[in-house]
Design a protein around this ligand. Structure first.
Ligand SMILES: Nc1ncnc2c1ncn2[C@@H]1O[C@H](COP(=O)(O)OP(=O)(O)OP(=O)(O)O)[C@@H](O)[C@H]1O
Ligand SMILES: Cc1ncc(COP(=O)(O)O)c(N)n1
Length: 518
């Protein structure tokens, strides 16, 4: 253990075994390190043939080769923290111990992996003493309840108080901080506690989270310990690191079911938070529009080329792009758009209600929320900044709901009637197909027009914020998803395909009319 070093993007080494399904072990560590803002490196202790159901076999390369891997890293790279996971055998534990003594990394987190959640042993019994031998030299140990008990040579704690007591005794015996993890306890909470020796006594910090109802918890221990190592190297505080890591893990657990990896205990969703906030790279570069997802959407998209060309040629759209559009005209357009978005969000919520899969249900629900929150926010800001000026009607105090007190124009009403269903189908699958077709142009035509308009955007453009939203990578990412869902719907039966295609074509026309009314 050397001195603490804090870095924006710390260099974190994981020393652990493998999980070819990517949920636990070194693969999970690398994802967790990246998701928490670190640069991840990996030295493999053991190759494990395992999946979400359990461990099939373990191959341990010679200890001398492990040392070569460790030296290859530390001879070259300055390490900000090390996370140690599965060691497997006494020889491996001793080799890692010798390397630690030579290199003395500034922070070491040891996850004392003994038994996988499937019940398979990942540490030979005769290696437990060698593992204990490492405890004196590390900064934080993160045992689950059975591991905590095994390290002390006792029976697993049956309650949280007993677990905390064991944690204090382990921390005292080895003069190291212990993270006591309550993931294995029954109950509505998933409590954890950081037990830190402080010159004779202990400081105990508890972090409790709501237990997530999911069977997909494979690798939570691996992921948490590498997140903590990374966040410690970014903050220099175990308490801050734990708090942030728990919040991150919670989001990863809450969305774990969406991954659908394996049929046993699947992995957590390491990047869920980043993806949700739109930070995943896109299959398209922003500014080029969103491509079709397959043959069916390609065909449908090409059929609307004529109307899209007309949209691009509209005075309103050209004026929006080059900034010459009259602000009073834009203000009136925004007012109608605010009314439209309220109804559009209802159509998206209805699509969520009818969605056949969890992912689609969530996607439409989030899109509905996005339409209400992000877009109305933009409306409010613009109306607030411009109301009473340049002929823009309305008071300077824009109500929380920018659509309040406004009457829909004929085009807005017509488009919303189309979306919300004067021609609803009784059959849910058919109605879903119609809705997906109907809501898509507001994603796709906008992302397409947005990409084109954004080309002329600049810092002092009067509609800069507006153009930014529609050329936003997160909006393009959502559009990619939506187009993918449409492709799936078009692959349904003849009736579903026709309903989606007709609704799509009508909505493209409504998009045209909406801009034209502006
Ligand atoms: N269902 C859950 N909901 C919320 N948090 C959970 C849940 N299961 C585990 N956790 C949290 O995940 C972390 C790991 O806890 P756990 O006690 O399961 O460790 P572990 O057994 O080492 O993990 P692993 O599943 O990798 O073996 C802890 O922070 C714990 O509170
Ligand atoms: C290589 C490796 N390291 C650790 C675990 C523990 O994770 P879990 O208890 O979730 O199976 C594992 N299964 N594989």
């Amino acid at each position: 253990m050397g001195g603490v070093s804090v870095r924006d993007v710390p260099r974190i080494l994981s020393i652990a075994g493998t999980d070819p399904t990517g949920g636990a072990g070194i693969q999970a560590d690398l994802k967790s390190i990246a998701a928490n803002g670190g640069y991840g490196m990996a030295v493999v202790t053991a190759l494990v043939a395992q999946n979400t159901h359990g461990v099939r076999s373990v191959h341990t390369p010679p200890a001398a080769f492990l040392r070569e891997q460790l030296d290859a890293v530390s001879d070259d790279v300055v390490l900000d923290a090390v996370k140690i996971g599965m060691l497997g055998s006494a020889g491996v534990a001793r080799t890692v111990g010798a390397w630690l003594a030579d290199v003395r990394p500034p922070a070491v987190v040891l996850d004392p992996v003994m038994v996988a959640s499937s019940g398979d042993r990942l540490l030979s019994r005769d290696a437990e003493d060698a593992l204990r031998g490492l405890l004196h030299g590390v900064d934080l140990v993160t045992p689950n309840l059975p591991e905590l008990a095994a390290l002390l040579g006792e029976e697993p704690a049956r309650g949280w108080e007993q677990a905390l007591d064991q944690g204090r005794r382990l921390a005292g015996a080895y003069d190291t901080a212990v993270l006591v993890k309550g993931g294995h306890l029954a109950g509505a909470a998933a409590p954890d506690a950081l037990v830190m020796p402080d010159g004779g006594g202990f400081t105990v910090c508890e972090f409790s989270s709501v237990r997530v109802e999911t069977k997909n918890t494979h690798g939570t221990g691996c992921s948490l310990s590498s997140a903590v190592a990374t966040l410690f190297a970014r903050t220099g505080s175990w308490v801050a690191a734990l708090g942030a890591a728990k919040a991150w893990l919670q989001e990863a657990l809450e969305t774990a079911d969406l991954l659908e990896v394996g049929t046993g205990h699947g992995p957590v969703n390491h990047f869920a938070g980043l993806w949700r906030r739109g930070l995943a790279p896109l299959p398209v570069s922003s500014g080029t529009g969103v491509p079709p997802a397959g043959d069916r959407t390609a065909e449908l998209w090409s059929r609307t080329a004529g109307v899209r060309k007309e949209i691009a040629a509209l005075d309103f759209v050209r004026g929006l792009g080059d900034g010459t559009l009259d602000s009073a005209v834009f203000g009136r357009y925004l007012a109608q758009d605010a009314i439209y978005l309220r109804g559009y969000a209802r159509a998206l919520a209805r699509a969520s209600e009818l969605a056949p899969t969890l992912q689609e249900q969530l996607f439409w629900a989030e899109s509905a929320r996005g339409a209400l929150e992000a877009e109305l926010e933009l409306h409010r800001n613009w109306l607030h900044a411009n109301a009473g000026h340049g002929g823009v009607p309305g008071p300077r105090d824009v109500p929380a709901d920018p659509a309040e007190g406004l009457a829909p124009g004929p085009v807005t009403r017509g488009y919303l009637d189309h979306l919300l269903g004067t021609n609803r189908h009784r059959d849910d699958r058919l109605e879903y197909a119609r809705l997906v077709g109907a809501v898509l142009p507001c994603f796709w035509v906008y992302a397409d027009a947005g990409a084109e308009l954004a080309a002329g955007n600049h810092a002092s453009h009067p509609y800069r914020e507006w153009l930014d939203t529609y050329a936003d990578p997160a909006f393009a990412a959502a559009t990619v998803r939506a187009v993918g869902i449409l492709e799936g719907v078009l692959a349904g039966n003849e009736n579903q395909r026709r309903a989606a295609e007709e609704a799509f074509a009508q909505s493209v026309q409504w998009e045209h009319d909406f801009f034209a009314a502006g």
